[in-house]
Structure formats: structure tokens, C-alpha cells
Design a protein around this ligand. Structure first.
Ligand code: SAM
Length: 282
């Protein structure tokens, strides 16, 4: 990649960007790898990308070099801003840097009217919280048309899990499976990062389902929380805390009372959420 910018190791040294664990900072310096992640989000020319946590800018540079029309990069660590300003100068008008906590900022407003893609090597400490936020909006389809995200492999497995991967299947798998199609694209070994994390990471891509099965998200959360909160128990037992008759909502949802949470597919939980709503209303 010939963007005329210095190698990332040099950038980090010049700006004193020693990685901070508290900010989930594990940087990628290999521009071949960041290029691969950028391309995994699909063809980029003409596209607006929101990147969370650009850090010294390895993935940012790849997204721009691959042709993204605009990258809006949200970074919490002010120490990274001078390095990102150098990238913005190399790609005039194509990089906006926003100093903010991505959990607090309104990304939909930043994205403007057109469709946006979210691409990020997420900080591990807030990655799941950000994903849940992006999947829980009241507007659906959402403001983003795909998410291409790096997670710890173990979290990636929970994102794509269904009843056929029981050990990994839980509330996150139900939420992701309800509103999106999700798949793991490839793994990234610890040695690719500076400093190296303890575990393997994976790049995951999620695309919104245009019409998820109708149900109220708060009710889906309530039933999955009760069911997976006691995942070894049968549903007739684990759903007792919901304040409605578990046998009634299981029967209305067409589910066996002796089943356990990890055996129930997403459609079953949606039916259960709707039965829960109906039982509360009568
Ligand atoms: N994208 C860079 C790369 O691939 O080398 C850095 C990735 S590093 C895993 C995560 C980045 O997210 C860090 O730059 C960190 O400062 C930033 N970060 C951490 N928490 C954040 C938050 N709540 N909002 C925005 N950025 C955050």
C-alpha cells in the first residue's frame, strides 16, 4: 500500500502510543492484514464506513486505500488524534475523526442519511456491549448495512451459535440470530497484534435481516435472560421468575415444558416472547 505514510511502528513510536490495557488497545501493524479485514467488509468505493477505535490508524489506512469514500473514526484516546490527523491530511476530505466514547455517541447521526458500514478491530472490554447496542435499536433495518468486526474467538463463537453449538449458544446468539445473519470469516492469531492478547481473535460479519420475526425486543431479552440464566434447568422451572405461568406460555409457544434453553432455536424464543406478552396482557 503506497499511501506515503510512515510504517505504523514508527507512527506509534513518534506519538508515544504505548498500548493501554484499560482501553483494550491491541494494535495491528501489518497492512496486509488490515487490508484483508477492510476487504472482508465488501467492495468499498462509494461507501461510508464508521470505524470504532482507529488507534494509530492501521485499519483506517486500509479502509481508505481500498477506496472508502468516507471513514468516520470514533476514538476515545486523545493520544491517537495527531497520528489520525496525518492520515486525514494524506486523504483530504475522506477521514473524519470524532473523539468520543463509542458507547455514548449517536453513530446513526454521525453516519448521516446514506447507508453506512461499521468496520472495527474492537476494544475487547466494550466489544460485546457495542454489538448489543447496534442490534438493539428500535429502528429496523438499522442505520448500518453490515458489521465487520474483530472479537475474541470465544465471543465470535457465541455470536454465531445456535442449538447445534450448545455450549456457545446463549442470549447473544439469540439476539444475533433473530436480527442478523452472522458468520465467522477468519481467525487472527495473537502474534498479529501489539501487544499480543492471550487468545485467538476472529473477524465476524453480520448483516441485518430485512424482516426479523416480529416480537418486542424487551420481551425477547426477558425470556432469554430467564431461560439461559438457569440453562441446565428445564424451561418449566427456569421461566418461573417471569411472573406468568410458565406452563401456559410454553404451551402457547408450542414448546415442550421439559426442554432446556440451549435446545430452543431463535424462532422458539420469539414465540415465547410473544406468548409472554400475551400472558401479561390478560
Ligand atoms: N484499530 C486499531 C488497530 O486495529 O490497530 C486499534 C484497535 S484496539 C483493539 C481498540 C481501539 O479502541 C483503541 O484505539 C482504543 O483506544 C479504542 N477504544 C477503546 N474504548 C473505546 C470506546 N469506548 N470508544 C471508542 N474507542 C475506544
Amino acid at each position: 500500500m503506497s499511501d506515503g505514510l510512515p510504517p505504523l511502528r514508527e507512527v506509534v513510536r513518534a506519538h508515544g502510543l504505548d498500548a493501554r490495557k484499560s482501553l483494550g488497545q491491541n494494535f495491528l501493524f501489518d497492512l496486509n492484514l488490515t487490508g484483508r479485514i477492510a476487504r472482508a467488509s465488501g467492495s468499498l468505493p462509494g461507501v461510508t464506513v464508521i470505524e470504532v477505535g482507529p488507534g494509530p490508524g492501521g485499519l483506517t489506512r486500509a479502509l481508505l486505500a481500498e477506496g472508502a469514500a468516507k471513514v468516520i473514526a470514533v476514538e476515545r484516546d486523545p493520544r491517537c488524534l495527531p497520528a489520525l490527523a496525518e492520515i486525514a491530511a494524506a486523504y483530504p476530505g475522506r477521514l473524519d475523526v470524532v473523539e468520543a466514547d463509542a458507547l455514548q455517541v449517536d453513530l446513526a447521526a454521525l453516519a448521516g442519511n446514506g447507508p453506512a458500514r461499521i468496520v472495527a478491530n474492537l476494544p475487547y472490554n466494550v466489544g460485546t456491549a457495542l454489538l448489543v447496542q447496534w442490534l438493539s435499536g428500535s429502528e429496523w433495518p438499522p442505520f448500518w448495512d453490515s458489521l465487520t468486526l474483530m472479537f475474541q474467538r470465544e465471543v465470535a463463537e457465541r455470536i454465531v451459535a445456535g442449538p447445534s453449538r450448545r455450549a456457545d449458544y446463549g442470549r447473544l446468539g439469540v439476539l444475533c440470530g433473530w436480527r442478523t445473519t452472522a458468520r465467522i470469516l477468519f481467525d487472527v492469531p495473537p502474534a498479529a497484534f501489539t501487544p499480543p492478547p492471550k487468545v485467538t481473535s476472529s473477524v465476524v460479519r453480520l448483516e441485518p435481516r430485512p424482516s426479523p420475526l416480529p416480537c418486542r425486543i424487551t420481551s425477547l431479552e426477558a425470556v432469554t435472560q430467564a431461560a439461559f440464566g438457569q440453562r441446565r434447568k428445564m424451561l418449566r422451572q427456569s421461566l418461573k421468575g417471569l411472573g406468568v405461568d410458565p406452563m401456559r406460555i410454553l404451551s402457547d409457544a408450542g414448546l415442550p415444558a421439559t426442554a432446556r434453553a440451549e435446545e430452543i432455536p431463535v424462532e422458539g424464543f420469539v414465540a415465547l416472547a410473544n406468548a409472554f406478552d400475551a400472558a401479561r396482557e390478560t
